[in-house]
Design a protein around this ligand. Structure first.
Ligand code: ADP
Ligand code: UDP
Length: 236
């Protein structure tokens, strides 16, 4: 099967293949933060995130949330539908952390009354700013698509919160992306992993996600490995 590099991002390389409408996502061991000002890399990051993403997209599919995911093809690589991505990063939060804690003046760890959804403009040049619906309208993103993004974010949260809770993890917040297939049908895309979520141990509050890298907390490899173990552990 011939592969052509379509796009190299910060965490993944996207390849087209002989199969029409299908792409491969090869997860890299590289990590970036603060709009790529901070860079790092560790062994097994790519394969850990590929395995976690595979497990979570599988779980979501079983719970009525289809995505671009088709199958995992090797340790670092998943096969998905090729989509036209919306320039939107959908963030859903259950507990104040990171930029929300700063924005609204909450201490990190404060539970939110109900899940908060935010829409960021996916633009490295601008540093992914938080925009409102009118800004997105100006940029040509339809209200219908924004509504889909927000509703999907909340549905993913409703499905994943109990999944992680059962595994001793608080799903503090996460980011998803949305793309449209050739018929114009929007769906969940990209990845769901410790790179794109905040996972806190329910008992100890320990962070088991990319904040260990962002904030130089140490133990990042072990934290990702522990999340893989919890995500893939069998539950009745
Ligand atoms: P970034 O672009 O932020 O550096 P990545 O390294 O994760 O991020 O690159 C993956 C890229 O692939 C992202 O730009 C993402 O929007 C895009 N993408 C995710 N899912 C699909 C898909 N099914 N089809 C096409 N592109 C996708
Ligand atoms: N997030 C992401 N990609 C981004 C920005 C944020 O995956 O480009 C995730 C991040 O890992 C966290 C959530 O979205 O789970 C909310 O991030 P926040 O805005 O608090 O980001 P910070 O500024 O703290 O990185």
């Amino acid at each position: 099967m011939s592969e052509t590099l379509l796009y190299e991002g910060k965490a993944k390389k996207i390849f087209t293949t002989d199969e029409d409408g299908v792409v491969l996502h090869r997860f890299k061991d590289d990590a970036t933060a603060f709009n790529a000002e901070k860079r790092g890399s560790w062994e097994d990051k790519g394969k850990t995130n590929a395995a976690i993403t595979t497990a979570l997209f599988g779980y979501l599919e079983e719970h009525g949330i289809p995505s671009h995911f088709i199958e995992q093809v090797d340790e670092n690589t998943i096969k998905t539908k090729k989509l036209d991505m919306l320039p939107v990063e959908v963030v859903v939060r259950n507990v104040a952390a990171g930029s929300l804690a700063k924005r609204i003046g909450y201490e990190e760890g404060t539970p939110l009354r109900s899940p908060v959804v935010e829409l960021y403009y996916k633009s490295d040049a601008l540093g992914d700013p938080l925009l409102n619906w009118r800004h997105f309208q100006e940029l040509g993103v339809s209200d219908e698509d924004l509504e889909f993004c927000e509703e999907l974010g909340l549905r993913v949260n409703e499905a994943l919160w109990p999944f992680f809770d059962e595994r001793g993890v608080t799903l503090v917040d996460f980011k998803i992306e949305v793309g449209k297939d050739e018929t114009g049908t929007p769906m969940l895309a990209d990845e769901i992993s410790p790179d794109t979520c905040r996972f806190w141990d329910k008992e100890t509050g320990e962070r088991m996600d990319k904040d260990r890298f962002r904030r130089d907390l140490g133990g990042v490899e072990d934290a990702y490995a522990e999340m893989l173990r919890r995500v893939t552990e069998a539950k009745s």
